[in-house]
Design a protein around this ligand. Sequence first.
Ligand code: HEC
Ligand SMILES: [Cu+2]
Length: 319
Amino acid sequence: MMLAGCSGDRSILDPAGPAARDVAWLWWAMLSGFGLVFVAVVVAWLAAFRPRAHVERSPAEERRFSLRWILGGGIVLPGVSILALLVFGVPTGQRMLPVTLPGETPPQVIEVVGHQWWWEIRYPGEQGDVVTANHLVMPAGEPVEFHVTSADVIHAFWVPRLGGKIDMLPGRTNRIRLEADEPGVFGAQCAEFCGVQHTHMHLHVEALPREEYEVWLDARRSPLPEDEAHAQARQDFIQHCAGCHRVAGLSDGERGPDLSDIGSRATLGAGVMAMEEGAIARWLATHQSLKPGNRMPSHDDLEDETLERLGAWLENLTP
Ligand code: HEC
Ligand SMILES: [Cu+2]
């Protein structure tokens, strides 16, 4: 079971950026250090069973003998181990802190807001923020500063292949700097228990080359085209969904994920199901059994036909 954590899209042992490499290195150093301590303890323990000739010691000698073990094993050994850990650990943590030295261009900022149980992603810009959900796109090969917070309870932002985790606290913004060496797809997961659907709070992280990232972002800045073919679905949406969901140019709801580019996402429901043909209609009909307790009310009152119409429109909703 433990070996299952050694690879995959959420493995710290498979680092894909400088911060994660430091973390992985620290992990191997700690594993070997503690491995050595373990072996030493086992050897000492076995040695204690060895039959030995009885040594006569005076009470003073006896006291000195035990004092040596207490000082050596109880103070010097842990002191040295903890010092070594701090010497490696503190700079590793420091390197993930967002410190821009004078003369450096400040990195791209991406804001991430935790919600029970989904992720809001905001790309601040002069003409207003671009907003998406559950799918984070970042430029590869350069540091990116993540400003994280929460809209409700404490969550934690963690992209294991890119670096350490950081708490998302309501009313406070924490910062972490991460970098992906190469374009790629990485898994991320809420790393602080936040309620019944904590497990299903997965985030799809995609690093793109800088130019492709710009194209991706620009597409989301332009208004969505008129869509006569789905007029009825848009009408249904305004009636039943718009209060909670934003679709750029159509609605402003904020209680659920922004759906403006839902057709281009990889997953639905923060990783509960893959985005494929018919997936949205299936989510609309069964989301309370797929992700029980999630904050979207079930729409049993709507006809299957309406749900399918909404699904067909949303599936194609992409800038
Ligand atoms: C009371 C608020 C509310 C209403 C009304 C509502 N939703 Fe939602 N919706 C949510 C929340 C909250 C989530 C996130 C659930 C989760 O993943 O935990 C969600 C998730 C979704 C998702 C998945 C989004 C993603 O990023 O994966 C889709 C698609 C969706 N809703 C469509 C609709 C449609 C279509 C309607 C109207 C029929 C609707 N919703 C009505 C609150 C609402
Ligand atoms: Cu959580």
